[in-house]
Design a protein around this ligand. Structure first.
Ligand SMILES: [Zn+2]
Length: 188
């Protein structure tokens, strides 16, 4: 089926991490960024506006590599945080290096408020990793309750009760499963 990016994470960095579908299921796992057409769809949906020059095959492949590298190290740090564990020191050091590298190359566009701009899409994404940790409340970071999904999101609900990446998707499946179990249990 055609890939339609679903941006449900609540932040660019989480939507990047969520370009792996069924991350927790070894055989079902799909990397959406492995395909350049899908990569372009995701960039457009995320407002990263891939220009034609950026999307020439050679630079598209370089961008793909950079985004996948950033995604996987971001996931290595965010996943433990989402499930109440501590990220590894080594992963934090690698993430910090990526972010620092982007900050070093960025230009300052305004000082009040302090605003940096990166020239490339890869660096813009790395800067947004930095902003994520600066701006967001990590207590609201969650992993979808579905055992195979593995998507991360910020729970911005008032009472902190969001359980699913998408109630129409994983939430619906869980409801259908509960319904089935109840009814098949009754007849057994
Ligand atoms: Zn889910």
């Amino acid at each position: 089926m055609d890939y339609q990016p679903e941006l449900v994470g609540g932040h660019l960095v989480l939507d990047l991490v969520n370009t792996v579908a069924w991350r927790l299921h070894d055989r079902r796992r799909i990397d959406r960024l492995a395909d350049l057409v899908n990569l372009r769809k995701w960039l457009t949906a995320s407002g990263l506006d891939p220009s034609d020059r950026v999307m020439e095959v050679r630079s598209a492949v370089a961008l793909q590599d950079a985004l996948v590298q950033c995604r996987e190290i971001a996931y290595a740090v965010l996943h433990p945080l989402a499930v109440g564990a501590e990220p590894g020191a080594e992963d934090l050091a690698v993430l910090r290096e990526l972010v620092e590298d982007a900050v070093r190359k960025a230009s300052l566009v305004s000082s009040r408020p302090l605003t940096w701009r990166a020239d490339t899409i890869a660096d813009r994404v790395r800067l947004s990793v930095w902003r994520f940790f600066e701006d967001e409340d990590l207590n609201r970071l969650r992993q979808c309750d579905d055992g195979d999904c593995g998507w991360l999101f910020l729970d911005r609900s008032k009472n902190g009760s969001r359980r699913w990446c998408s109630s129409a998707d994983c939430g619906n499946r869980a409801r259908a499963r509960r319904h089935y179990q109840r009814h098949s249990g009754a007849s057994a």
